[in-house]
Write a protein that binds this ligand. Structure first.
Ligand code: NAD
Length: 452
């Protein structure tokens, strides 16, 4: 799948012979080449070290069937560098036991392959009644986010909190582990994901986790939305791509590329929800996945903001995704086992100068996830959001050069993300194998320093 051509001339320059020499001499950042998913290729650049004393080690061994798992990497005996390391920290029930993190990870940090993946597994702190265990488990977050900032060469670290009463096989954890232990999470770093106690069977084929599903992606004529449509189709879904009627030709081109269906639709129109519901009921007897990606910016400092800019951004980014889901629920057009995925932004977490309207709506999107989690769970539907950071698109190409370069470099991976990085995260959320993943907001930002 073709990524958007990178316009990061700095990254291209420092990867050249003279550029690399100059960057080393001057101590300038040298963005690593991230290892991304390729069908048929091993998920990681080396074996995965699995350790820990908690309740999850054994189930994880089963869940990672097909991975090259190793149980120790001491004394440099393993000539190969590690592609990943998973540490089950659920056995840590006191502050003193936290030293186990140091003891496990510290010796491994010098033997990591390019784009290695560190994953810490814990127990969801807010569901733990014992104060000492609650505090110890909550501490894992600071460890993971800090070690992520120390890693080099495209390596990342994430924390997964698993429900204390998750059934023995912990099937609900499988999709999250496979996402994190692969190139699909190349630009996801320093994140915390919560997995519930719901069972989630593995798909017949991990390369086609959306087989047989019907998905709708709004704002799909270009940018992130077009790539989301491509990835959902790659993963087995039939994709309906929607965008404003003026996007006509570009929308048809995306629909053709993904062998899907084009649906001209202004998401702010009064009848948008009804139109989608009628379309999916008539043709597919319902919808499984909706990705609310359509979004706009109308930047101005608040002092210079006019009501038109404010209202336009609120209408597209916040009101439309709510109304669309409400209409689909009213019309009973969203099937059980389905997924809603919303697109937020780090501007909705950290705030951004000149984007009070946009930041408000993107924080509101996180509110949608919180507010609809229980409503949708009652119908067997998940809801999660991605919060992209600096992604190479037409939207970010329009940012003035100096600000753009700063945006690219101010994260642990020292580069902008690609649209595919957001799309991979959306597909992970959308899959039936992620039935135990709901109510999460995952940043796809290379661990941006903004709002960290
Ligand atoms: P983009 O401008 O390239 O694409 C947005 C698409 O949405 C366009 O095709 C547009 O026609 C469509 N759209 C706008 N209004 C619509 C409406 N009323 N009805 C239907 N479609 C409509 O933007 P992008 O960079 O691909 O961003 C996609 C999403 O990701 C947005 O929600 C954006 O806020 C979010 N995001 C992007 C970045 C980034 O770095 N590019 C960062 C954070 C969040």
């Amino acid at each position: 799948m073709a990524d958007a051509p990178s316009t990061d001339f700095y990254a291209s320059f420092v990867k050249s012979g003279p550029g690399s020499f100059l960057a080393s001499r001057l101590g300038l950042p040298q963005p690593p080449t991230l290892r991304r998913y390729q069908a048929g290729k091993p998920p990681l650049a080396g074996p995965v070290l699995l350790s820990g004393t908690g309740r999850l080690v054994e189930p994880v061994r089963e869940l990672l069937a097909g991975y090259d798992l190793v149980v120790n990497n001491a004394g440099g005996k393993n000539a190969e560098k590690l592609g990943g390391a998973v540490f089950d920290a659920t056995g840590i029930t006191s502050i003193d036991q936290l030293v186990g993190l140091f003891e496990f990870f510290s010796p491994q940090l010098r033997s990591l392959a390019n784009s290695a993946r560190l994953v810490v597994l814990g127990t969801t702190p807010e569901l733990i009644s014992d104060p000492a265990e609650h505090i110890a488990q909550r501490s894992l977050e600071g460890f993971t986010r800090s070690v992520a900032k120390e890693l080099r060469n495209g390596a990342t670290a994430q924390l997964v909190y698993v429900h204390p009463e998750a059934p023995t096989g912990v099937s609900g954890l499988g999709s999250t582990l496979r996402f994190l232990l692969s190139g699909k999470s190349a630009y996801v770093d320093g994140q915390v994901i919560r997995v519930s106690d719901k069972e989630a069977p593995a798909p017949a084929d991990w390369d086609k986790p959306l087989a047989g599903k019907i998905a709708l992606v709004t704002g799909a004529a270009r940018g992130i939305g077009a790539t989301i449509a491509e990835v959902l189709a790659r993963d087995g879904a039939h994709v309906i791509v929607a965008d404003i009627p003026a996007a006509g030709e570009a929308l048809s081109a995306v629909a053709n590329k993904v062998s899907g269906t084009a649906l001209p639709l202004d998401v702010t129109a009064d009848d948008a929800g009804r139109k989608v519901a009628e379309h999916v009921k008539a043709r597919y007897n319902g919808l499984d996945i909706i990705v609310n990606n359509a979004g706009i910016t109308r930047d101005k400092l608040l002092a210079n903001m006019d009501e038109g800019r404010w209202n336009a951004v609120v209408a597209v980014n916040l009101k439309a995704p709510i109304r669309l889901v409400d209409s689909l629920l009213e019309e009973d057009a969203l099937r059980s086992g389905g997924a809603v995925v919303d697109v937020s932004s780090i501007a909705g977490i950290a705030g951004n100068r000149g984007q009070t309207n946009y930041g408000t709506t993107k924080a509101g999107v996180i509110g949608i996830v919180d507010a609809y989690k229980s409503i949708l769970a009652a119908k067997g539907i998940t809801i999660n959001a991605v919060a992209p950071g600096f992604i190479e698109t037409a939207m970010t190409a329009a940012i003035p050069l100096a600000t753009r370069q700063a945006g690219r470099l101010m994260n642990s991976l020292q580069q902008g993300g690609q649209t595919i990085d957001v799309a991979e995260t959306v597909s992970y959320f959308a899959a039936p194998s992620s039935a135990a993943v709901t109510g999460n907001v995952v940043r796809v930002c290379g661990q941006s320093l903004l709002g960290a």
